[in-house]
Design a protein around this ligand. Sequence first.
Ligand code: SAM
Length: 290
Amino acid sequence: MNLCDLGTIRNIMQAFGINFRKELGQNFLTNGMVVSDIADSCSQDENSTVLEVGPGIGVLTKELAERYQKVISLEIDKNLLPVLAYTLGDYKNVEIINEDVMKTDLEALLEPYFEKGSVSVCANLPYYITTPILMKLLESRLPFEAITIMIQSEVADRLCAKAGKSDYGAITAVLAYYGIAERLFTVAADNFVPAPKVDSAVVRIKLYKEIPYKPKNEAMMFRTIKAAFEQRRKTLSNALSNGFGELTKDEIKEIIEQCGHRPDIRGERLDISDFVTLSDAICDKIQSKN
Ligand code: SAM
């Protein structure tokens, strides 16, 4: 059964009485080469377990099942369960779980697989919820080998941007704390049914085994990043003055200069190590005032 074939997809959907649910980001892949390339990119280790988010009718799931030891797929739409039982029935190494990934206890679910070997994430993500899913995966601190995701092309640009470039934002800096993101390839909108309005891209994030940055206070570092990008057009000193009411504007300027920057610099010029240094200096200043 070729799950990329439009006729097959239509027949399956008709036979099971289902429609594409736009509100769940259901844009299914129709290009077998792309599906195969994503599955290949996901892990180097054929003994690994793969967590998939949103199998749809199972096109990527099938390719993953053929390459890796075990595939666990979380699908929110219960209408797709009978379809998946039909399309993936022959793959005994696939487990479909009817859950919202945002509500799943990933640690409890994946713990036995981390004990056995490596675990990766691979997904053609629903666009309406890309960033929350990515943040949940990162903040879980689970030692995934890699996270390979298909996302909107412009979001891919943002995740992989270098400091100083216009696409660089809070999410770029936060992601750089956890690992290294690489844009693998672009996938034009006409490789999906229904076709989304914009092109997509596949990004692979290799997570650090041990995070190389050691901020004095991690929460303060995330707060600093958030504040720096809250008002993008503002200088860093103005943005941080708004975000840190406990410090005066002069104190903020002093801290920025002490970290080796001009106070009129903008947040997007700072890479993750700059943010660590800056947030450490902010911590010290706040502590010295208490
Ligand atoms: N993997 C299939 C493919 O590549 O053709 C489908 C990908 S489609 C872009 C996204 C899938 O994620 C849909 O099947 C959708 O129902 C599912 N989904 C949407 N929100 C979800 C959530 N919160 N948790 C789990 N699955 C979700």
